[in-house]
Design a protein around this ligand. Structure first.
Ligand SMILES: Nc1nc2c(ncn2[C@@H]2O[C@H](COP(=O)(O)OP(=O)(O)OP(=O)(O)O)[C@@H](O)[C@H]2O)c(=O)[nH]1
Ligand SMILES: [Mg+2]
Length: 409
């Protein structure tokens, strides 16, 4: 179970005012004293994550957060962190306590969940202290169902655990590559082992592609870019599809005959986690960039920067070369994603393999709301290296978007 990647687990955030018992509830939920509980408000400062198997739902990550009503300068920072956790969560548990009425912060949180279209439920903790009819009335007025629990005497916890599985939205399973191939098709994966490749392993999109291809009973061949020509010449049958790392797209594009479908891992990821059509649309705006325009490069994982790092070095270099403009490029790593995107003329996002689908979707939504075009690394790299539309060919939707885009380029 611990092998399930964090980004493939549903993230459940426990949020609410300080001291209502968020941490106590997380501890009760997992059946361990994982997080510190105390009567001092503001005990939890940083979010704490715990992976677990929630039956019958499946793998989840529980996130205990700092109180949403924290005070002072540090308190504000903690609140921002909690807000960020909410924006990345798949489901929220709003924890209230039975002895107080609905506060303004709690009402704002409910509004916020609704604006984000984030599924959530309400838990009234400390219910052994008595029933607060006014609170229940207010929740009913807001159309909210709730669970009464007490972390002190453990009442209601089992029922809450049992019911929550049915409340977390489960998405349809999207294929990464499975819908593009049939049993016994040969597919060739091109995986350059350069300085940027992690030592001794393959990266997630590559592993996931291999696994899914095997699930569909295809014949998978994995080669480095240098061996691709030799590999193709040794095959008796033409492969159905070649999938390459974006960084090798130029060479691979030249080495793979025109009658063989070609795409990149990043384009597969764009479809799986992001919005391929939106990224293709974003390409138009690359050509509109002017001197001094701000471009945001966002990378979800915070790996140690390589000498010729893709996000930090190569994309900025290629983008300046391609546009011949003096661009003002900002690079953001990990969770450090700006709230206000309006100053940017283009967002170049990584594939998002470490983000949950929901949080990648939130980032795209945020960009669309502010009318900032967004592309991902792979789509942009393929474009700048002349491999678009070829690398989009397997995806009908993307190709029709490209045909629209191409008219304006
Ligand atoms: N009476 C009663 N007290 C509880 C219950 N659950 C938690 N508490 C107490 O409430 C206090 C706060 O609990 P925490 O779990 O630390 O609350 P929290 O919401 O995580 O608080 P912060 O981390 O400060 O935001 C502690 O003294 C707990 O022992 C309950 O069901 N009944
Ligand atoms: Mg706490």
């Amino acid at each position: 179970m611990n092998k399930t990647a964090q980004s493939e687990r549903k993230h459940i955030a426990f949020v609410g005012r300080r001291n209502v018992g968020k941490s106590s509830l997380v501890n009760r939920f997992i059946g361990q004293d994982l997080v510190i509980v105390s009567e001092t408000p503001g005990t939890t400062t940083d979010p704490v994550k715990k992976a677990m198997e929630l039956l019958p739902f499946g793998p989840v990550v529980l996130i205990d957060t700092a109180g949403i009503d924290d005070v002072g300068e540090l308190g504000q920072k903690r609140i921002s962190k909690t807000v960020q956790i909410i924006s990345e969560a798949d489901f929220a548990v709003l924890v209230l306590e039975s002895q107080t009425n609905l506060s303004i912060e709690e009402r704002n949180l409910i509004d916020h969940f609704r604006k984000l279209e984030l599924a959530f439920t309400v838990v009234i903790n400390k219910s052994e202290l008595g029933i607060n009819y006014e609170l229940i009335e207010d929740l009913k007025k807001l159309g909210l169902n709730f669970f009464n629990v007490s972390c002190a005497d453990n009442s209601g916890i089992d029922k809450f655990k049992e019911k929550i599985s049915g409340l977390i939205p489960s998405e349809e399973e999207l294929p990464l590559v499975g819908d593009l191939v049939k049993p016994h098709d040969i597919i060739v994966l091109v995986v350059p082992i350069d300085l940027g490749a992690p030592k001794g392993r393959l990266i997630m999109p590559q592993v996931q592609t291999i696994r899914e291809s095997l699930d569909v009973d295809t014949i998978v061949m994995v080669v480095k870019d240098k061996e691709l020509r030799a590999a193709l010449s040794k095959l008796n049958e033409k492969p159905k599809l070649v999938i390459t790392d974006s960084q090798a797209i130029m060479r691979v594009n030249a080495d793979v005959p025109e009658d063989i479908s070609l795409t990149t891992f990043s384009i597969l990821m764009a479809r799986y986690k992001g919005d391929l059509k939106e990224y293709v649309k974003g390409l138009t705006r690359v050509e509109e960039l002017k001197n001094g325009d701000k471009v945001l490069i966002a990378e979800a994982c915070s790996h140690h920067a390589q000498e010729d790092d893709i996000g930090k070095v190569k994309i900025p270099r290629w983008l300046r070369l391609h546009t011949k403009k003096d661009l003002d490029i900002t690079i953001r790593n990990g969770n450090d994603y700006p709230e206000n995107l309006s100053e940017y003329k283009l967002i170049v996002h990584c594939g998002g393999c470490l983000l949950t689908r929901r949080s990648m979707q939130q980032r795209i939504k945020q960009a669309k709301l502010m009318d900032v075009p967004i592309v991902n690394y792979g789509v942009l790299i393929s474009y700048m290296h002349g491999a678009v539309p070829r690398a989009l060919q397997p995806f009908e939707e993307a190709i029709s978007e490209w045909n629209l885009v191409n008219d304006t380029l």
